[in-house]
Design a binder for this molecule. Structure first.
Ligand SMILES: NC(=O)c1ccc[n+]([C@@H]2O[C@H](COP(=O)([O-])OP(=O)(O)OC[C@H]3O[C@@H](n4cnc5c(N)ncnc54)[C@H](OP(=O)(O)O)[C@@H]3O)[C@@H](O)[C@H]2O)c1
Length: 320
């Protein structure tokens, strides 16, 4: 009896310390930038950090396009954002990142209907999926987290250039540091966790490469690790890890609002344009992971990606 009470007290103290540590460590975006007249697209905006970032952009007066795959969830998020901000200029547009034709259709719609695009936040992502190849012949997790966002970005580059100064934000993860990506295994499975790590490293390599290609333009590109946040991304966990996260993580992981801060910072903070291509964490530039230091790997992943997406021609014209 005593030992049970003792164990629970000990656990409570550990969680309390972790919670205090998370609160102290979390940085908040301090930018006061107003977004009236600006247009922002956030993918995966119906929940998690994408929702919180969209809410903040809406508070600042932006036209916010919630790019989501589920109409009901997206409309619910839209209603919540409008209710909280009184900004009616919040639009739902459907896109499934696991389908290249859906991404193309979404981009076509944006190009036909939107006059400008100031900020593109590539946030939609999945944590762990089984070994499955999509109708496009790509690993589904890699497609949602990496190939889909790359295609979307490339198709929207002209609009971003036309609206410049503009920004592209790629939501990555510290998991990129555990990647085992090499030339030639880009579209291989290798297990759910490794696939996630590889996709998140690809987000960083893509950011670095794109920033180089766009250096003569006023379009800036940033990648970021948002922290460890209590969101639905952990719903796909199984076994003991699902129990730990399900029951305890909410007590010491970041909240989605805290987790959205580095997205908001990289999207809004003035003066960081000179750091295009850099990786951020806690609203500040962070040193690149060892896995993201290989420029030969960066170029080969870019070339392989352009071949797989069949968009070499568009990519060649990126700088013109
Ligand atoms: N949470 C963390 O600790 C953490 C840490 C590092 C990085 N990240 C990154 O942060 C980003 C956001 O994650 P989160 O934690 O906010 O997770 P979340 O709450 O699960 O949100 C993920 C969003 O992506 C959407 N999505 C998933 N598959 C999609 C598809 N095929 N097409 C379009 N949208 C799709 C989801 O839509 P549905 O609601 O319809 O599923 C949801 O809106 C991800 O890129 C993730 O890798 C998260």
């Amino acid at each position: 009896m005593f030992s049970l009470a003792y164990t629970f007290s000990l656990l409570a103290i550990v969680f309390l310390i972790l919670k205090i540590y998370t609160k102290v460590k979390t940085s908040w975006c301090k930018s006061k930038v107003c977004l009236i007249g600006k247009t922002v697209i956030v993918t995966g905006a119906n929940t998690g950090i994408g929702y919180e970032a969209s809410l903040e952009f809406a508070k600042r007066g932006a036209r916010v396009i919630l790019a989501c795959r589920n109409e009901d969830k997206a409309n619910h998020a839209r209603d919540q954002i409008v209710k909280e901000t009184e900004n009616e200029n919040i639009v739902v547009k459907l896109v499934n990142m696991a389908s290249l034709s859906s991404v193309r259709k979404f981009a076509e719609n944006i190009l036909q209907t939107e006059e400008r695009l100031d900020i593109l936040v590539n946030n939609a992502g999945v944590g762990a999926l089984r070994n499955k190849v999509t109708e496009d012949g790509l690993q589904v997790l890699m497609q949602v987290n990496y190939f889909g966002p790359v295609l979307l970005t490339i198709l929207l580059i002209d609009l971003l250039k036309k609206s410049s100064p503009s920004r592209i934000i790629n939501v990555s993860s510290v998991a990129a540091s555990r990647s085992k990506l090499t030339q030639g295994n880009l579209n291989e499975f290798g297990g759910p966790f490794l696939c996630y790590c590889n996709s998140k490293l690809c987000n960083i390599l893509f950011t670095m490469k794109l920033a180089k290609l766009l250096k003569t333009t006023n379009v800036s590109v940033f990648s970021l690790h948002p922290g460890v946040i209590y969101t639905q991304i952990f719903n796909s966990l199984q076994g003991i890890s699902s129990i730990i996260v399900g029951y305890f993580a909410k007590y010491f992981f970041k909240t989605p609002e805290e987790g959205a801060q580095t997205i908001i910072h990289t999207a809004l903070e003035q003066g960081i344009e000179v750091h295009s291509g850099k990786h951020f964490e806690e609203c500040a530039i962070t040193s690149t992971y060892g896995t993201a230091k290989d420029s030969i790997l960066m170029d080969s992943i870019w070339n392989e990606t352009m071949e797989l997406l069949k968009c070499r021609e568009i990519a060649n014209n990126l700088v013109s």
